[in-house]
Design a protein around this ligand. Structure first.
Ligand SMILES: [Zn+2]
Ligand SMILES: [Zn+2]
Length: 486
């Protein structure tokens, strides 16, 4: 039988692109050059120097997750089915990350515990396995963050992970508290006690933020209770539970099968799956929740859609082809981020308005609305602008510091030039933002209108200057001194 030649195209990556992190995401299309085949359902092989991996092509679309080694990498995408044959080659470069600020990964184990996490069946649940799952998961978040910022034209900026001998690591932290103490505490208290402990032990060195997982989180089926549950991110510490770790991939090669698994969550385990009930739903929801909490420690507040709303649980739709959409229940999100787990608040997200300066039209445009980008696990334009200029997101060229940001009344004075202004509510939701990134010249002074703030209870401002520096400030309409957040 004769074969048909195919064209393989990549949508998000071009040859000679460079990356400062190891896990790379490729998405593209395979089309048959013969007119007889409409859409293709087959496989592509991706060959790097070290690995060969296979990915599904569904209706002509494919997505691949691969690992790059430092330096030049020749990547071949090959279609070699019974009927369709084609190949696409590209050179990708991985550079060392030179950002001196890192996100450190910790696995917090209570005193006297072995550090196993709750799981079922034959799932490996040792502390060592937990650390492997966490490193693989957070490297995926690092990659997705870069791709999401790049989609908005902000470059492949992302956070840097702590390494040992060039390998990203998750360290075990032995707590002085026993499991029963964690079980008796609320999410807020677990975060507080752990933050103090980490501070006292010197973990928060200069330029270090921490993502910590609590090993002992346990679901009790009889009483339908979960103990040792934490989901909180602020300051330099983001902390979440280990209740979903059983669904996380240990290694990169297992990521796609874990993110597409339709196996139901065992009834002995906590169903944290965005109402999907599957292991893939659990992986997407709990890994996405980690990104949401990381977002908070990088100064992000809640937005009306995206990762900083419920969108984080659609993370699987970004990495895979053909996964079903989750159902949305807003209440669970509020529970996740409320200071007390019992204070469930049902409230629709605040509609965010935007003002952009420069060549873009003023008002809502495509960047600010929901649009189909393979699920909603993406950052709101305002959050993406903030992150892409954030001191933790890569070294910026050394700009001369012309002085601190000053806010008095409704007036913002920024000697270095304004990058972004965000208006927040008292419970840290984004109401409105002013994006100055496309302005051809730096603006040093901006005055908000009374109409912007008059309906906001206890409004506060976040101002980022062009050097990346961030200041947050409660508006009291009297001249006063701003508080520096970092
Ligand atoms: Zn064909
Ligand atoms: Zn939150």
């Amino acid at each position: 039988m004769s074969t048909h030649p195919v064209d393989i195209n990549l949508e998000n990556v071009s040859s000679n692109d460079s990356f400062e992190y190891s896990i790379i995401f490729l998405k593209g299309t395979v089309t048959c050059r013969e007119n007889v085949c409409k859409t293709l359902n087959c496989k592509v092989l991706v060959l790097t120097d070290d690995e060969t991996s296979e990915f599904t092509v569904q209706d002509g679309r494919f997505k691949c997750i691969i690992d790059l080694k430092l330096g030049r990498n020749l990547v071949n995408v090959i279609c070699d089915s019974d009927l369709h044959v084609g190949q696409y080659s590209l050179n990708l470069e991985r550079k060392p990350n030179i950002c001196d600020k890192v996100l450190k990964l910790l696995y917090v184990v209570p005193k006297g515990d072995t550090g196993t996490f709750q799981s079922s069946g034959t799932c490996l649940n040792s502390a060592e396995s937990a650390c492997k799952r966490i490193v693989t998961g957070v490297k995926l978040l690092q990659c997705m963050t870069a791709e999401r910022l790049n989609e908005l034209g902000l470059g492949r900026k992302t956070f840097n992970l702590a390494t040992e001998n060039g390998q990203e690591i998750c360290e075990i932290f032995h707590s002085q508290y026993i499991k029963e103490q964690f079980f008796s505490w609320t999410s807020e208290k677990i975060w507080n006690m752990t933050a103090r402990e980490l501070l006292a032990s010197g973990v928060f060195a200069q330029g270090v933020k921490v993502l910590a997982f609590l090993s002992c989180t346990e679901y009790f089926r009889e009483s339908n209770e979960i103990k040792g549950y934490v989901a909180c991110g602020r300051g330099h510490l983001a902390m979440i539970s280990s209740s979903g770790l059983h669904s996380w991939a240990c290694d990169l090669k297992d990521v796609v099968s874990c993110l597409t698994s339709s196996i139901p969550i065992d009834s002995s385990l906590f169903d944290d799956s965005g109402s999907r009930g599957t292991l893939s739903g659990c992986y997407a929801t709990t890994l996405g929740a980690a990104l949401h909490e990381i977002g908070h420690i990088f100064d992000l507040v809640h937005t009306d859609f995206g990762v900083m709303a419920r969108g984080f649980e659609e993370l699987d739709l970004f990495f895979t082809v053909g996964n079903p959409q989750p159902k949305h229940y807003y209440t669970e999100m509020m529970r996740r981020c409320a200071s007390q787990e019992i204070s469930v608040r049902v409230r629709a997200p605040t509609k965010v308005t935007s003002v952009s300066f420069g060549f873009r039209p003023i008002g809502n445009d495509k960047d600010d609305r929901k649009w189909d980008r393979d699920g909603q696990a993406y950052f709101h334009r305002s959050a993406a602008v903030l992150l892409s200029g954030h001191p933790w997101f890569g070294k910026r060229c050394q700009l001369e510091d012309k002085g601190p940001i000053q806010i008095s009344g409704l007036e913002v004075k920024v000697p270095n030039g304004i990058r972004l202004i965000e208006l927040h509510t008292e419970d840290d939701r984004l109401v409105k933002y002013w994006d100055f990134t496309k302005n051809p010249t730096n603006i040093h002074r901006y005055c908000l209108s009374w109409f912007d703030v008059k309906d906001v209870i206890q409004p506060s401002l976040l101002v980022q200057d062009v050097t990346g520096k961030i200041v947050t400030h409660y508006l009291n309409f009297d001249a006063s001194i701003p508080s520096v957040s970092q």
